[in-house]
Design a protein around this ligand. Structure first.
Ligand SMILES: [Zn+2]
Ligand SMILES: [Zn+2]
Length: 359
């Protein structure tokens, strides 16, 4: 055990070797009096982990330990921490690890859009320390970004809620998913399957929208009220101007005819993107969008306030994501990254067995 001087994790070494993370010891940034140290017990594997370590989103500061769906126990609390966490508490950390907490955005529960926001991994903190994620023995995070987890939620199930779940939840919650509203979820993968679960938990009518019928049974089993396959000819016409909100969770914008999707929206209906596909993005056609006064927008993870509410709702409604567990380690992390890259998972990996890897 190397804590508290150093942490250990499974770090990707280069873009060429991203499927072969290596056990690595590193020095975390100095402990501050508003920090929480967490001994990790589980971590989800996010599509962002893959986009980052492959270099798909641009330069990556190798070696890098990824993982931002972290669950663990508090082992140290800073002397000026005010959120009430105690040593031993079970907590979660998502994709964000810092914001200024002073600016207009931060003061309005929009710290996810703070100009000073820093990511849980791969971000350079003062002093030049690069943040490292949860494929690791420990993480050190500002208390504002550490969330107490309700007892009713299982560790391996709650881990993927901290990024994928939150990413689906925020745009649904902010844009009025509720009883009487019709919501579409595009892309039934890690984030999209949470879109179905949380859309239903918020009381909306939820339709899954996918390319083929391959995920129809899963979507209906997850609770979707309806299913649309966009490979079918003239698929959009029968549903024109019937949706209040569509959340696009698709991981690719290839062959994506945005006009068809926007035509599904009722007047002032919103099409909100949460994915960040690699490549050129979307083609916007003003004449088409004018036809129903469609709103096109984006959403980035979820605020502390939203995550706390999401966890409460998940506990109350007994929300259970579909996950596969993998033992954390060089092999497990490599396999999970590779299979996540290949979309070979229903619908999320959670790395487990941390006590065996780091005892
Ligand atoms: Zn701020
Ligand atoms: Zn993520």
């Amino acid at each position: 055990m190397v804590y508290p001087d150093t942490f250990e994790g499974f770090a990707v070494q280069s873009a060429e070797t991203w499927t072969q993370p290596k056990r690595t010891e590193y020095t975390p940034r100095p402990f501050e009096d508003t920090d929480i140290d967490i001994k990790v017990i589980a971590c989800g594997v996010c599509g962002s982990d893959v986009h980052t370590v492959t270099g798909g989103w641009g330069a990556c500061p190798y070696p890098l330990v990824v993982g931002h769906e972290i669950v663990g126990h508090v082992v140290r609390v800073g002397s000026k921490a005010t959120t009430g966490l105690k040593v031993g508490d079970r907590v979660g950390v998502g994709a964000q690890a810092f914001a200024c907490l002073q600016c207009q955005q931060c003061k309005n529960d929009n710290e996810i859009y703070c100009k000073h926001q820093l990511d849980t991994y791969g971000a350079t903190f003062p002093g030049g320390f690069v943040s490292q994620g949860g494929y690791a023995s420990h993480v050190r995070v500002h208390e504002y970004f550490v969330f107490p987890i309700p007892d009713a939620l299982d560790t391996k199930l709650v881990a993927p809620m901290l990024c994928a779940g939150a990413t689906a939840f925020s745009p649904l919650y902010r844009n009025g998913a509720a009883p009487g509203k019709k919501v579409g979820i595009v892309g039934i993968g890690g984030i999209g399957h949470f879109g179905i679960l949380f859309g239903k938990a918020l009381g909306a009518e939820v339709w899954a929208i996918s390319r083929s019928n391959a995920k129809k049974e899963d979507a209906l089993n997850l609770g979707a009220d309806g299913y649309i396959a966009t490979q079918e000819k003239d698929w959009a016409a029968p549903h024109a101007m019937t949706f209040d909100l569509i959340v696009n969770c698709a991981n690719s914008s290839k062959n994506f005819n945005l006009d068809d999707y926007l035509s599904l929206l009722d007047v002032n209906g919103k099409f909100i993107n949460v994915g960040l596909p690699e490549g050129d993005g979307f083609q916007i056609h003003p004449f088409k969008m004018m036809g129903n006064a469609a709103v096109f927008g984006f959403s980035h993870i979820a605020s502390r306030k939203e995550i706390l509410y999401m966890l409460k709702l998940a506990a109350e409604k007994g929300i259970k994501p579909w996950i596969e567990t993998v033992p954390v380690g060089e092999e497990g992390c490599g396999t999970a990254l590779k299979r996540c890259h290949d979309n070979d998972v229903k619908y999320r990996f959670t790395l487990v067995d941390y006590e065996k890897a780091f005892n």
